[in-house]
Design a binder for this molecule. Structure first.
Ligand SMILES: Cc1cc2nc3c(=O)[nH]c(=O)nc-3n(C[C@H](O)[C@H](O)[C@H](O)COP(=O)(O)OP(=O)(O)OC[C@H]3O[C@@H](n4cnc5c(N)ncnc54)[C@H](O)[C@@H]3O)c2cc1C
Length: 604
């Protein structure tokens, strides 16, 4: 139990019994993977995480990545971890065999990443972004670009980044200014600044392959004029690597995730920065969405992993810390009695259960989305592939946002479990609290994700994606209804589903009238509301799988384990899902208080 950051029994239960990995591995595309091979991966990744990641998480916070003499200095263990991850095939896992990978289902690769991130959330992004950048090259690059860059990236020798953000273009990528000037040889000269670039430079990779959003000289304004370029730090010549005028201008010192460097890159200060077009000119943002969608799942996954780590750290403390006495039915304290452990106080149990509900509900949602991805790639019929693609599109903003936003509250509760010690640097909770804060900001803030959910995903293809989700939830309600003691929860979820349809219809009314600002003004509240429903769905699935285990006497997991899952589902319904009643009132309130009007409200 000491230093436990993730419970592997729960991970396995969610993977095999709730997400039902077998429905993915039985497909021809993934047929080389099965439970036995996945178990070997889980064991070796856990061993790697125990030895190479977890022991360094505090040092990476205390000795943060920083800029010195034109270089970014990171903790040396980052170099060791990247090298080992490359050797273990962790960077290439999800690529197909033809692309040089292991054709691993995303359901499996995200499980492995979640284990590693729970151990240390400062490291995985280094090769996660390398994978994402390589995936863009494999998907849209020509053969020459693929051969030039991808093999070294897969081994972890070269790092990859996504370069979108500029000082004036954060949430609004239509304002990207970095310019690509066409050259006679087909390449481009690149000029511009990119800020906040994760993993943008350090001494443990020989080269960095930046996937950069640019505007080709003369391109139309807005998103329709954005092109994707590959711009290496060092270009490849007959004589080896040659500096490509990508200058690391500085870094950003942060409140959390301090081992994961965040850089400011300057392209073409000396007029000597070359880039090459990836995919089609002016379609760069569309191409980049492949990497952004993957990164959004990764962000939710990372947040879920931190919540798990914080939960286990606070649970361990609660089991060891004596304080006070239980409230007796007489209402009197017996000070002669020995102090009880704080885990026996209902309020502490509430804080622990909240964390467990958020951690495991979020992990389950990450796996649900991963499975939708796998089925969108490999399901046998076109119809199934299309359905899963739409489901993934709808789930993605929630996967990104729910673990990130609710995770802040969950980790804060973890810190609270430790009382005053939670605030002290001797304990890791304060670090998790700082680390998780970035997740609702990068990869599209909560505000942006929420507008994507309500404004685009709920309405896409005439509401087809939402309809598919409703169908899925109905299936889970039916399955839960076969168990007498789950029926009340299945009914509750059904009622909340109806409530969500009422809310959605109310809001859509504004869109139909052309009142788009009003339609989207409470999108973040809608995100909270709809994610609560979606996580409640996950919890009903978890409880149904646990009930099935109990009834069939499946001894893979203990009875206590199954009961604890059902108990946590009940907790989620009572303490979290119930909030949707008041959120629905906010969402359907006719009063408008946040849209700017002539009247100045920020006075005094
Ligand atoms: C540690 C870290 C790592 C990062 N890594 C990368 C990376 O690797 N690559 C990369 O390209 N970028 C990266 N980013 C940038 C990150 O994606 C941006 O910070 C983020 O998209 C927000 O942009 P901004 O900071 O300019 O905030 P702004 O866009 O200025 O937003 C400020 C506030 O206004 C809100 N807002 C903005 N526009 C709207 C709107 N239209 N409607 C409603 N609300 C709105 C936002 O939700 C937010 O609350 C990173 C950032 C950080 C801090």
């Amino acid at each position: 139990m000491a230093n436990q950051y993730i419970d592997l029994s729960t991970v396995r239960f969610l993977l095999y019994k709730v997400a039902e990995l077998e429905t993915v591995t039985k497909l021809p595309h993934y047929q080389d993977h099965n439970k036995e091979s996945v178990e070997i991966l889980i064991e070796s990744v856990k061993d790697f995480a125990d030895k190479e990641l977890y022991p360094y998480i505090r040092e990476m916070d205390e000795q943060p990545a920083h800029y010195k003499d034109g270089k970014i200095i990171v903790h040396p263990q980052i170099g060791t971890a990247i090298k080992k991850a490359g050797e273990m095939g962790l960077i290439v896992g999800s690529f197909t065999y033809e692309e040089g990978g292991l054709q691993m289902p995303a359901t499996v690769s995200n499980t492995l990443d979640m284990i590693m991130e729970a151990a240390n959330n400062h490291v995985i992004g280094y090769w996660g972004l390398t994978f994402g950048a390589a995936e863009l090259l494999v998907s849209f690059g020509n053969e020459e670009l693929k051969e030039t860059y991808v093999p070294n990236m897969m081994e972890g020798k070269w790092g990859g980044t996504m370069c979108l953000t500029e000082p004036q273009a954060g949430s609004s990528l239509s304002d990207v200014k970095t310019t690509a000037y066409p050259q006679e040889d087909g390449s481009y000269k690149i000029k511009g600044q990119k800020i906040f670039i994760s993993g943008g430079d350090h001494e443990y990779c020989e080269n960095f392959v930046h996937l950069v959003l640019t505007r080709i000289e003369g391109a139309p304004a807005g998103t329709k004029g954005i092109s994707l370029m590959v711009v290496p730090k060092h270009r490849i010549t007959e004589n080896g690597l040659e500096f490509n005028d990508v200058i690391t201008a500085g870094d950003f010192q942060k409140m959390g995730q301090r081992g994961y460097c965040t850089t400011h890159l300057s392209f073409g200060e000396n007029d000597d920065c070359q880039g090459w077009l990836v995919g089609t000119a002016n379609e760069g943002l569309k191409h980049m969405f492949l990497m952004m969608n993957g990164a959004r799942i990764s962000v939710g996954r990372g947040a879920a992993a931190i919540v798990s780590a914080a939960y286990h750290a606070s649970l361990q403390y609660a089991k060891e810390r004596p304080q006070g006495r239980r409230v007796s039915n007489s209402g009197k304290k017996n000070v002669a009695e020995e102090q009880t452990l704080i885990i026996n106080h209902p309020d502490v149990r509430r804080m622990l259960l909240l964390q467990k509900a958020v951690a495991e509900g979020s992990m389950s949602l990450v796996l649900e989305a991963s499975k939708a991805y796998d089925l969108s790639v490999a399901a046998e019929s076109q119809e199934e592939r299309e359905k899963n693609h739409l489901l993934l599109e709808l789930l993605t903003p929630m996967v990104k946002t729910y673990p990130s936003e609710k995770g802040i509250t969950a980790v804060s509760n973890g810190l609270q479990v430790l009382g005053g010690y939670g605030f002290c640097s001797e304990f890791i909770l304060q670090q998790y609290y700082r680390d998780i804060r970035i997740f609702s900001l990068y990869e599209g803030t909560t505000g942006i994700q929420s507008m994507d959910l309500l404004g685009r995903k709920m309405t896409m293809k005439g509401g087809k994606a939402a309809f598919i989700l409703v169908e899925k939830i109905m299936e889970s309600i039916q399955a839960a209804n076969t168990h007498e003691d789950l029926k009340p929860y299945a009914n509750t979820l059904g009622e909340h589903l109806q409530l969500s349809q009422k809310v959605a219809q109310f809001l859509m009314g504004f869109a139909m009238k052309g009142e788009y600002e009003r339609f989207l003004s409470d999108a973040t509240i809608f995100m909270e509301f709809f994610s609560n429903l979606t996580i409640a769905w996950q919890w009903l699935k978890i409880a149904t799988a646990a009930k099935h285990g109990l009834i069939t006497g499946d001894t893979t997991y203990t009875e206590e384990f199954y009961e604890s899952k059902i108990h946590t589902m009940k907790f989620f319904y009572k303490y979290e899902l119930a909030k949707n009643h008041s959120l629905s009132k906010v969402l359907m309130d006719e009063n408008v208080l946040t849209i700017p009007t002539e009247q100045e409200v920020f006075v005094g």
